[in-house]
Write a protein that binds this ligand. Structure first.
Ligand code: URA
Length: 207
């Protein structure tokens, strides 16, 4: 699996705010928004464009448009905090939604919502989830997408664990990863170490 680690001082600084246990929900959400902009910007670096001659007020020149805006798929709940910022950067994009809860005993993903176009053949898809931990939720989501014909999936994650990367690589799915950090490991509760805690709770409070 191709992995792009966005190794930039601004990304590191936002991630540090998110990691810091003293950061409150509002500041955490703001930092995740800003980090999402950086991750999406890098994820779109090789996106195909179509050209068209346009008129500026002064002269004719070449104009550029996104040839294939991706479908954005936040994985609820935690991915919701990345959706608006990704959409601001790619206003042409459509958005689907996948809702997954984690069974805290088995760590298996339990689906409660799937709202996706029926046919994804030829469409790039960006899955938005702040945490790639075991890789179980990401694999589940990607299989929903490939089942609809997707062959070009990008997982956009603030943080990734080596175990999750290994899991996705071994699953041989058509996915690449864009992340701000590959952390050390998972702990026995399935949390990324050093990580940032529960990305849903850190954004919205523990409910
Ligand atoms: N999900 C989270 O929100 N945090 C982790 O550390 C792992 C999975």
């Amino acid at each position: 699996m191709d992995v792009l680690t966005v190794d930039h001082p601004l990304a590191k600084a936002r991630l540090t705010v998110m990691r810091d246990a003293r950061t409150d929900n509002a500041v955490f959400r703001a930092a995740l928004h800003e980090l999402t902009v950086m991750l999406i910007y890098e994820a779109m670096r090789e996106a195909p464009v179509r050209t068209e001659r346009i008129h500026t007020p002064v002269a004719r020149t070449e104009g550029y448009w996104l040839a294939k805006p991706p479908l954005l798929v936040p994985v609820l709940r935690a991915g919701l905090g990345m959706a608006d910022q990704a959409h601001k950067l790619i206003p042409e994009a459509q958005m689907g939604f996948v809702g997954l809860a984690r069974n805290e005993e088995t760590l298996e993903p339990t689906p409660y919502m799937e709202s996706l176009p029926a046919d994804l053949a030829g469409r790039p898809v960006f899955v938005l989830d702040p945490m790639l931990a075991t890789g179980g939720s990401m694999e589940y989501t990607i299989r929903l997408l490939t089942g609809r014909g997707a062959t070009d999936v990008t997982a956009v994650c603030a943080l990734a664990a080596p175990e999750g990367i290994k899991h996705l690589s071994e699953a041989k799915l058509p996915v690449r990863l864009v992340t701000a950090s590959i952390d050390e490991r998972l702990n026995d509760s399935g949390y990324i170490v050093p990580g940032l805690g529960d990305a849903g709770d850190r954004q919205y409070g523990a409910v």
